[in-house]
Design a protein around this ligand. Structure first.
Ligand code: KIV
Ligand code: ZN
Length: 539
């Protein structure tokens, strides 16, 4: 058995389809580029049948990230499809122009799903698997098949279905614990049982796809790998339906850190993990909890006196990985007011960014403004500036001015000036429950679109009274329901994330809000197609 575990990233499919993680096509492209540089083997780029936007995003990723030039290694680009001809056709349309296309088709095999959701008998499901895997195989030589809810399926039926899928042409068999129900030893035994009882399984790659409802996704994925699976389906920061999917960074670092025990490798460049985590968090507006393994703000922080004492004597006392192994910089003081453009460029290069002249000029202007307010500028500050200045959706409305009055006397009031798509300035003043609420209301009045604030998270990037505040928001679009079933009014509303950073937290909040609003306006189609300014972050 080979000792390389393929990393199949589904941030742009299972991650992006979860509540609040909506990304624009341009953002998906930027994430896909970052995933390719990270070294993932497969990018599940979307579910093309879900909407024309999803199809377009998958197609663009195939063309711009999945096309091998001059023999360069590029990931497999995969599109998801139900076992339905029209879905499979759409998935093929999305991936066909990539150098290594894959169609991933799925149908549920647990009794509860078949009886209540599909209203199909076992033999009807078997028939669908045979015909639709064959249909997909006719279009594409690389076909992945998933028996949805495998974790709760009757193993004997599962072996039969997998056998049918193999005979119909599936090359990867993915075993999902769709509802995060299994325990690690059960899931490991399920994979062993499949290997033992499914004829022809040795011709296929076995994949595992775990959800985190009981907080066991990473443990289950590792159990599956230890039983013989050689592909792990994961997302950045573990985003995904409900409690999320298995986190890419956790599986990769478990394999790397415990290499002596597991003797398994991946193709991932772990030093990029922190940066990709931040990119995904900024684009989705889903913040990473501080104590999140590997990429949380506290993952390498030592507060307790005994721990700090141990760390000073030998960092291995309390650290099983060095922070720089996952791209967390330990340098605190980097640059100051007198640092020049060249020093900034050097530091950005050391952090793994290769910015073009235009991007470095924009960043330098922001850096100078920040250096006037803040004595020392850390790597974290620089990363926040990149996110705030460069990783933003197309600017439809720009914040040109903000003034607030707040406190215990009088009504919190905000006056906002925005530059609109026609280049004209609009000013509006509003009152609110606080200065942030007032600022958001003033923005709403100018952009004239209805949305609901779903989440608002604020935190200080560095320590100290002069620290920059970092804000992520999520808003729900009151005008546009989610993608799969626009006719169904019970479908959740589509939500959009935004990010902003500034030493003034009300300004950071207004920027984050506006960045989410800009995305929403683009998704509504009011301002044509959109590009994010291309930021080349090639390491
Ligand atoms: O969780 C799941 O079962 C899925 C399948 C589509 C693979 O995401
Ligand atoms: Zn899933």
């Amino acid at each position: 058995m080979n000792n390389c575990v393929r990393i199949f990233d589904t941030t742009l499919r299972d991650g992006e389809q979860s509540p609040g993680a909506t990304m624009t096509t341009a953002e998906k492209l930027e994430v896909a580029r970052a995933l390719a540089r990270l070294g993932v083997d497969v990018i599940e780029a979307g579910f093309p049948a879900a909407s024309p936007d999803d199809l377009e995003a998958v197609r663009r990723i195939s063309l711009e990230v999945g096309k091998a030039e001059n023999g360069a290694r590029v990931p497999i680009i995969c599109g998801l499809a139900r076992t339905v001809e029209s879905d499979i056709d759409k998935a093929w349309e999305g991936v066909r122009e990539s150098s290594h296309p894959r169609i991933h088709t799925f149908i549920a095999t647990s009794d509860i799903h078949m009886q209540y959701k599909l209203k199909m008998t076992r033999s009807q499901v078997e028939e669908k698997v045979a015909s639709m895997v064959a249909y997909a195989h006719n279009l594409c030589s690389d076909v992945e098949f998933s028996p949805e809810d495998a974790g709760r399926s009757d193993p004997e039926f599962l072996y039969r279905v997998l056998d049918i899928a193999i005979r119909a042409g599936a090359t990867t068999l993915n075993i999902p614990d769709t509802v995060g129900y299994t325990l690690p030893d059960e899931f490991g035994a399920l994979i062993s049982g499949i290997i033992k009882n499914t004829p022809g399984i040795e011709k296929c790659t076995i994949s595992v796809h775990c959800h985190n409802d009981l907080g066991l996704a990473t443990a289950n994925t590792l159990a599956g790998i230890r039983s013989g699976a050689r592909q792990a389906e994961v997302t950045i920061n573990g985003i995904g339906e409900r409690a999320g999917n298995t986190a890419l960074e956790e599986v990769v670092m478990a394999l790397q850190t415990r290499h002596q025990v597991l003797d398994l490798n991946t193709n991932i460049d772990a030093t990029q993990l922190a940066r990709v985590s931040k990119l995904v968090s900024n684009y989705t507006g889903i913040s990473v909890q501080p104590n999140k393994a590997i990429v949380g703000a506290n993952a390498f922080a030592h507060e307790a006196g005994i721990h700090q004492d141990g760390m000073l004597k030998n960092n291995q006392t309390y650290e099983i990985m060095r922070p720089e192994m996952v791209g967390v910089s330990q340098t605190s003081l980097v640059l100051g007011k007198h640092s020049g453009r060249h020093a900034l460029n050097e530091r950005m290069t050391a952090l793994g960014y290769a910015l073009d002249d235009d991007a470095i000029n924009k960043l330098f202007d922001r850096f100078k403004l920040l250096a006037d307010k803040k004595k020392t500028i850390t790597d974290a500050d620089l990363e926040a500036l990149v996110s705030d200045e460069l990783y933003q959706p197309k600017v439809i409305f720009t914040l040109d001015g903000l003034q607030v009055a707040c406190g215990t006397m009088g009504l919190p009031t905000a006056t906002v000036r925005l530059i609109g798509p026609d280049g004209k300035a609009s000013v509006h003043a509003a009152i609110g429950t606080g200065p942030v609420d007032a600022a958001f209301k003033a923005v709403d009045a100018i952009v004239n679109a209805s949305s609901t604030l779903v989440e608002f998270v604020i935190h200080a990037i560095t320590e100290g009274i002069d620290a920059q505040g970092e804000v992520t928001v999520r808003i729900a679009n009151s005008d546009q329901p989610s993608r799969m079933n626009p006719q169904n009014e019970n479908e959740p509303l589509r939500t959009f994330g935004g990010y902003g950073a500034d030493t003034d937290i009300v300004v950071a909040s207004a920027k984050a809000y506006l960045s989410a609003i800009n995305k929403m306006l683009v998704a509504n189609g009011a301002y044509g197609s959109v590009e994010i300014p291309a930021v080349q972050t090639i390491k």
